[in-house]
Design a protein around this ligand. Structure first.
Ligand code: MD3
Ligand code: FE
Length: 229
């Protein structure tokens, strides 16, 4: 244990060796003033992250939740960490337990936590210290409508997102619904870090096209690391 802590400090490797680490030297695209995209940085460790998703969704399965307006969300979701994002007819919120079972969410893997912190820091936002990781799963024909993320207590903390599997067009809007929307591709292994003023932008993802990915089949997974409290 002690050894791991020293490794973490000495090599910045989160206690893991170089064969199990994201590519922190990945091509960096400054999408906007306060948004950075690290292209394909997770590619070599995608199987490891997918194993983690298997463990988490084995305990707390992916579920389609309902918006406060009564609409069934087309992406299915689960969470890990101390808190998880949920929605039902009474509203959007973070909860320390899964409502269906009363169980706490599975723990956030220590290496995911560490990588989210490293990407947040590399993008210029300092260490994120996420207490929640929302995992979205999209099948072909599903997407996510334009929305803002505003359920976190401190909206100055950035969000770090990992994309795995099928590609999708990400929709990046302005600060109200009326502003025009740009689109860019989020692909397998991409990491997007978003903070500052851009944190409050409307965003969403277009419907997934039919696709077969060698690791995830028809699915796209998106993990968002957040500080919720
Ligand atoms: C930009 N997820 O879970 S991730 C969400 O691909 C969500 O599943 C999308 O939007 C997905 O809330 C997009 C990238 C992302 C996440 C949060 C943001 C971009 C953001 C918050 C503010 C601005
Ligand atoms: Fe969002």
């Amino acid at each position: 244990m002690q050894q791991d802590l020293f490794l973490q400090q000495d090599e910045g490797l989160c206690g893991y060796n170089r064969s199990n680490s994201p590519n922190f030297d990945a091509v960096k695209i400054q999408v906007s003033r306060d948004a950075v995209l690290f292209k394909a940085a997770l590619k070599s460790i995608a199987p490891h992250i997918l194993q983690g998703i298997e463990r988490i969704s084995g305990a707390n399965p992916f579920r389609h939740r309902t918006t406060p307006g009564g609409q069934r969300m087309s992406a299915s979701m689960t969470n890990c960490g101390s808190f998880g994002w949920i929605t039902d007819t009474s509203g959007y919120r973070y909860s320390d337990a899964e409502p269906e079972t009363g169980l706490p969410w599975p723990t956030m893997p220590a290496d995911w936590y560490c990588w989210a912190n490293q990407f947040s820091d590399l993008a210029g936002f300092g260490v994120l210290n996420p207490d929640a990781c929302l995992i979205n799963r999209y099948a072909s024909g599903t997407g996510m409508g334009l929305h803002q993320d505003r359920d976190e207590k401190d909206l100055s903390a950035p969000i770090v997102s990992f994309s795995l599997g099928a590609p999708v067009l990400f929709r990046w809007g302005g600060f109200n619904r009326q502003e025009s929307v740009c689109e860019f591709l989020l692909e397998h292994g991409d990491v997007l870090v978003w903070g500052g003023a851009d944190r409050m932008r409307f965003h969403g993802v277009k419907k997934l096209q039919r696709y077969q990915h060698p690791l995830t089949g028809p699915y796209r997974y998106n993990l968002t690391f957040r500080r919720s409290q």
